[in-house]
Design a protein around this ligand. Structure first.
Ligand SMILES: [Zn+2]
Length: 247
């Protein structure tokens, strides 16, 4: 999708017709050329990169969230004025803003600082990247580890920056399956790799604390692209190395 020269309105229209959802205070009154105070959700990583360059991500309104959390406490039967809860709405608002900062992260900046040229034909594997995210169905945390493997095609990604890249997508309301795919797609496209494999092992508090109450279950998801998808031996090499200690 060519975005050069488009106005914000056209970018927004283009994003929404390509399956992204937009929300924000100014969406209805968006004028061509105006910098919109909107947040684009669910764009695929490539489009998202362009969109974040052009559309200012919406900062959460902390005061409004505070009021909503206070109301929530009352609805749950609490006394929102008791000492222990007095500052809870403001703490929760700040915590939620932090836990969703991936929506507002500058992914292009993270990537540009991390790419460097190197001719290596072997598989690069980074294991045990710590991962904390929030399940979009229950607003409860899921946490675990992410393993990323790729075969470079002239460029490699700084190891520590891979963890930041994981955070860009993890610090949002997520599904583990989608998170896994988004990470693999962005590594494939941005590093220009010949193939990518991503595996995430995570525990979901929504499963552990409620519902089925399966305290010891770990959910494992994987996404493979390029030669990892086409070549069984490559895929098995990655899955074997990623699983070795984790199992
Ligand atoms: Zn859940």
């Amino acid at each position: 999708m060519a975005l050069a020269g488009l106005t914000n309105l056209e970018v927004l229209r283009s994003a929404t017709t390509n399956g992204a959802r937009a929300m924000g205070r100014d969406v209805g009154a968006l004028a061509p050329g105006k910098l919109a105070d909107v947040l684009i959700l669910d764009a695929d990583p490539l489009d998202f990169r362009h969109l974040t360059c052009r559309v200012r991500p919406m900062e959460p309104n902390l005061g409004k969230i505070e009021g909503l959390v206070r109301q929530l406490l009352i609805e749950l039967g609490e006394d929102a004025n008791r000492e222990g809860l007095l500052k809870t709405p403001s703490r929760v608002a700040k915590a939620l803003a932090f836990l969703t900062h991936g929506y507002r992260a500058d992914m292009r900046a993270v990537i540009n600082q991390a790419l460097f040229t190197q001719t290596t034909g072997g598989m690069v594997i980074v294991k045990d990247i710590e991962l904390y995210s929030m399940c979009e169905h229950h607003l409860l945390p899921f946490y675990g580890r992410c393993h990323i493997g790729y075969i470079p095609d002239g460029k490699v990604f700084g190891v520590s920056k891979l963890a930041r890249l994981v955070d860009v997508f993890a610090r949002r309301l997520q599904l583990q399956e989608r998170l896994t795919e988004q990470i693999s797609q962005v590594v494939m496209e941005e590093v220009g790799a010949r193939g990518v494999g991503v595996m995430i092992e995570a525990r979901h508090l929504c499963m552990m604390m409620r519902g089925v109450e399966k305290q010891n279950s770990t959910m494992v998801t994987s996404s493979v692209l390029g030669v990892f998808r086409e070549n069984l031996a490559t895929r098995e090499e990655f899955l074997g190395l990623a699983c070795r200690r984790a199992a």
